[in-house]
Ligand binder design. Sequence first.
Ligand SMILES: [Zn+2]
Length: 317
Amino acid sequence: MKEIMTVTGWQKPQALGFCHCHEHLMLSKGTSFARNPVLCMEDLEKSTEEVRRFLAQGGKTILEAQPGGCNRMEGALYQIAKATGANIVASTGFHKLIFYPENHWIRTISEEDFTRFLVHELSEGMYTDIDTEFHTDTVPYRAGILKTALDTEGLTPVYRRLFTAAARAAKETDVPLMVHIEQGSDPGALLDFLLEQGVSPKRLIFCHMDRSVEEPSYYTKILDKKVMLEFDTIGRFKYHGDEEEVELFVDLIRRGYEDQLLFSLDTTAARLKTYTPDGVGLDYILTTFVPALRAAGVTDAQICKISHDNCVRVFTD
Ligand SMILES: [Zn+2]
């Protein structure tokens, strides 16, 4: 069976264990920090400790969602994986353009060059020190997933160019393509675009659509095209309580979508306990949310799908 590329090398799908499919473990100070100070986590010891707590509760794999050129700390991810034994899958791709400086290379790179960049990060090694200027130094470990972002402005010419390159890289390397779906954007239009580009819906993960709980058709029109949905408004009470989140999972399971749901915490410094003592901590899904799902009647087999089987399938099906 196809293996999965982590920062410490290939991993067998059956070794993924309990997965968080959209996380941020390390994030250096950049434009995102200037916009929101909780978007910086650059203390290796603290982030390592969070991963240790995640593993202690039964966690194993983290898909790290910070793309290269946007304050990704690939060296630290490697160190955390080595120190803890966690499987960490790094990202290449692009984030919302508001998280880049005005003169950043990503705004002007050609579709060809960006495709080449993505494929190189996935098949040779990740570039390093590229947050302001582009440098050609690489580390010997690779990204294992594509991370992209749809903002409310939609498919403007620059986003269209970046998404086209990401689609080409996804087809060439056959890795999953995850998309940050900004609240108020149009995921249906993006999905049509990606399918037109020939991306397999089975390799797509649409993230964060649960920021506000919407009526079911908001989710089912995407799910019916076979895309995975990753939900992470868990322990994130400024949006809604966990009760609403549990109800959303229960409802979509009842509608027959248990093979297409994933979860994670999409952490920030405000949510990691080692950075903010009253944060929920990286082990919150294991300690609190999974028991809440169980209490609502979600079975262990269904939890196993959401935490493991579905993550394996998005890489291998
Ligand atoms: Zn994120």
